[in-house]
Ligand binder design. Structure first.
Ligand SMILES: Nc1ncnc2c1ncn2[C@@H]1O[C@H](COP(=O)(O)OP(=O)(O)O)[C@@H](O)[C@H]1O
Ligand SMILES: [Mg+2]
Length: 359
């Protein structure tokens, strides 16, 4: 190879995705658990792998990490193949940081030694101390893990994962063991640390709120496949199907056929753009896309209120129009207790989908 081709190759690798999974299949006793999953993680990007329990998130992460081996497909780290049909680079040589629930801290080792574990060089402890300061745990070097709170232990695990400056840090449900109040704080702290270092991360979660709050990109998984990859805003606004829409909030669903670019629904006419005349569509509105007003304001359609639940800043109204049950959210000051309210859909927020096949 000439110098030019070497530097070209180096350049190509420098621009390569820190982590790329291509056509990953994983089967146990011929049961497919992953059905050909592809995902590319870009530099400094935080990807949240979101899906219900049992859909294969942990399995995919373990394959990326080198803890499990795929039945077919290719794993690349920074452009280099680390696992395919013939090659398998073990976990410790993949330049990946791992924060897994089951990769707990060593209880008999001081915090600083936990962080420095496996790091080579005479300055390993000094660097571990610096890494601890980086996650806000300066002064905790000599403590033992049991002396720290759950959130602090989580930060130690993060410092340990980041110390070798890995290509990507992989997290498996890192916050699910923390109680609700602490979880929000630790989540924000983790995000700040990752962003401050321009780190690339894949975070597995089954919590849609967590994915919306943390991700640059959400990869939505279902039954061994990735069904959508998009930014939080886009996946919220343009879900691929009703199930993807429902992952993030309740949706109020209507059906109808296109006539002159419009679908007539129980809550009014919904323009659907360039759709085939006569096509059967599903139209969904998240609760906040249906504006609720007091009955005396007029306009919109009338809804019979069946239940009203006060949540302080909002009130949830379950109501009915014809045979359709609606879940609505209203401003408690604008919509006083009443048997009827009026609803005006915000048509810009209509989620328009081909009608789901009946299953
Ligand atoms: N080694 C294995 N042997 C048998 N079944 C497995 C194995 N690993 C994973 N599974 C099954 O694969 C599915 C996906 O598991 P997992 O990746 O842990 O899902 P998630 O992390 O999304 O909850 C589950 O049904 C699980 O029981
Ligand atoms: Mg899991």
């Amino acid at each position: 190879m000439t110098t030019t081709t070497v530097s070209r190759a180096a350049e190509a690798l420098a621009g390569a995705a820190p982590l790329s999974l291509e056509g990953i299949v994983y089967a146990v006793e011929r049961q497919p658990i992953l059905k050909g999953v592809s995902l590319e993680v870009r530099r400094s990007e935080i990807v949240c792998l979101l899906g219900p329990s049992g859909c294969g998130k942990t399995t995919l992460l373990r394959i990326a990490a080198g803890i499990a081996r795929q039945s077919a497909g290719t794993v690349r780290v920074a452009g280099e193949i680390v696992a395919d049909d013939t090659l398998f680079v073990p976990a410790e040589r993949r330049s990946l940081g791992l924060v897994f629930q089951d990769l707990a801290l060593f209880p008999h080792m001081r915090v600083v030694d936990n962080v420095a574990y496996g790091v080579k060089g005479a300055d390993a402890r000094a660097r571990a101390g610096e890494a601890l300061r980086g996650v806000g745990l300066g002064g905790y070097e000599r403590a033992y893990p049991h002396q720290l709170s759950g959130g602090e232990q989580q930060r130690v695990a993060l410092a340990r994962a980041l110390l070798p400056a890995p290509q990507v840090v992989l997290f498996d449900e890192p916050f699910s063991g923390l109680d609700r109040n602490l979880r929000d704080v630790v989540r924000q702290d983790t995000l700040s640390v990752l962003k401050a270092r321009d780190a690339t991360a894949v975070i597995v979660t089954h919590d849609p709120e967590e994915a919306l709050a943390m991700a640059d990109t959400i990869a939505l998984m279902r039954a061994g496949s990735i069904v959508q990859v998009a930014s939080p805003e886009d996946i919220w606004r343009w879900p691929v199907d009703l199930e993807a829409a429902r992952m993030f909030s309740h949706v109020n669903v209507f059906e109808g056929r296109v006539s002159d670019g419009v679908v007539e629904t129980a809550i009014g006419r919904v323009p659907v753009g360039a759709r085939r005349e006569g096509e059967h569509l599903t139209i969904a509105f998240r609760p906040e896309a249906l504006r609720v007003f007091a009955e005396d304001r007029g306009g919109g359609v009338e809804i019979d209120v069946e239940r009203r639940t006060f949540f302080g800043s909002t009130v949830e109204i379950v109501g009915r129009i014809g045979g359709t049950l609606l879940k609505l959210r209203a401003d408690p000051y604008v919509v006083p207790k009443a048997d009827k309210v009026r609803v005006v859909p915000d048509l810009r927020q209509a989620i328009v989908l081909p009608r789901a096949p009946r299953g």
